[in-house]
Design a protein around this ligand. Structure first.
Ligand code: PLP
Length: 373
């Protein structure tokens, strides 16, 4: 049995009882389905078919070493967002040539460490950062492979905290500025432009903004070719969102088709950096009820031993995660405010949930917690 499912009176992960794991390991506890991680990765990989592509798993979604190793074994490459994620990727077996270094705020120390590694690309986010990479590469007598992240001013229709493709967002370089930068690249020997990068946001649940962003990148690639600066590949950013609440999201096939259709005329290989679509549904946070007390007329607080310190998304931007008792008790459903133990009133894991009756000591699973905990 793949992933999380009900078996007899328990919730199981890849056929193993979550109650038994919680008893052996204690709570709060993250449990991941290796089978589901494999299935999600392979589904995206298959969806691109014969079109040349590389999946760079976005370690920021979940940088647990065992998960990074599993993805490497499947043939994944990596998207690292800090020098520590690069270090982790290397420990997990990713060669430098399979790592792209992304992120809007790479420190001087991080760039000093990263430039000599010979990464697949450093994805730069400003003219200043490009100059800093160049200065280090020049000093070391190297040529640094770089991708330029553009800001296409596209609304991803995701939550404002995880939308990254609008002009007002801090990410990337506006297209006109990028064009001006491209014009300088011919004479800059310490830099080799290998790709254009775009990432318009996370938890995107329609393919349209992804396709539009890919089309902008494809247009720029053609302009660059005309300037005598052919690219090696196009980096089209993160993957699709997942369904936290049963809503229908596009399939991996629809996602891949949208990207391939947009860039096919260039013939250039596609790089994507999916995180959530691989890890999100493959993880559950198992937590124990440590107190129950009255809240309002017909609702109780259920205080859990997991809160915003384990899973920040609900407190940070009101994200919804399904919550279910591992062994539901019989009796009428009751309304609960499921809260964590942190001294912050925002430490709410699930608001106004109707659940089977809970008692102190019960175990619950907070589902779809595999990404961005
Ligand atoms: N690439 C970049 C540059 C990102 O910032 C992110 C996350 O926001 C990702 C990839 C992964 O996105 P997702 O988890 O939505 O696939």
């Amino acid at each position: 049995m793949i992933g999380f499912a009900r078996a007899a009176d328990d919730l199981v992960c890849d056929g193993v009882s979550l109650s038994a794991i919680a008893l052996a390991e204690g709570t709060p506890l993250y449990v991941y389905s290796a089978a589901m991680l494999r299935e999600r990765y392979q589904a995206i990989d298959r969806a691109f078919g014969s079109y040349p592509h590389a999946l760079h798993y976005a370690l920021k979604a979940n940088s647990t070493l065992a998960i990074a190793r599993l993805l490497r074994e499947l043939g994944s490459a990596a998207d690292a967002n800090s020098i520590w994620e690069i270090e982790l990727a290397r420990k997990a077996g990713f060669p430098a040539s399979a790592i792209v270094f992304t992120g809007v705020g790479k420190s001087a120390a991080e760039l000093e460490c990263a430039v000599p590694l010979g990464l697949k690309a450093i994805n730069v986010e400003s003219a200043g950062e490009l100059a800093r990479v160049e200065a280090i590469a020049e000093r070391l007598g190297r040529t640094s492979r770089v991708a330029i992240r553009i800001n296409p001013d596209i609304d991803a229709n995701s939550h404002p905290h995880i939308s990254t493709g609008l002009k007002v967002n801090k990410f990337g370089i506006p297209i006109d500025e990028a064009r001006a930068l491209f014009a300088t690249l011919g004479g800059r020997r310490a830099l080799k432009l290998v790709a254009i990068h775009v990432h318009v946001g996370s938890q995107i649940t329609t393919t349209e903004p992804l396709a539009r962003a890919a089309a902008r990148v494809a247009e720029l690639a053609e302009e660059l070719k005309a300037l005598g600066l052919p690219l090696e590949y196009l980096d089209l950013g993160g993957g699709l969102g997942i369904s936290y609440d049963g809503r229908v999201v596009p399939t991996a096939e629809e996602y891949a088709a949208a990207l391939v259709d947009a860039v096919r005329p260039t013939g250039l290989p596609i790089v994507v950096e999916p995180g959530r679509a691989i890890a999100g549904a493959a993880g559950a946070l198992v937590s124990r009820v440590i107190d129950i007390k009255p809240r309002t007329g017909d609702s109780d607080f259920a205080v859990l031993d997991a809160g915003m310190t384990e899973l920040l998304r609900p407190a940070l931007y009101g994200a919804y995660h399904a919550i279910e008792p591992l062994r539901p008790r019989t009796g009428r459903n009751k309304q609960y405010e499921l809260v964590g133990p942190v001294c912050e009133s925002s430490d709410i894991v699930g608001r106004d949930r109707r659940l089977p009756p809970l008692e102190v000591g019960d175990l619950v699973a907070i589902r779809d917690a595999g990404a961005y905990g």
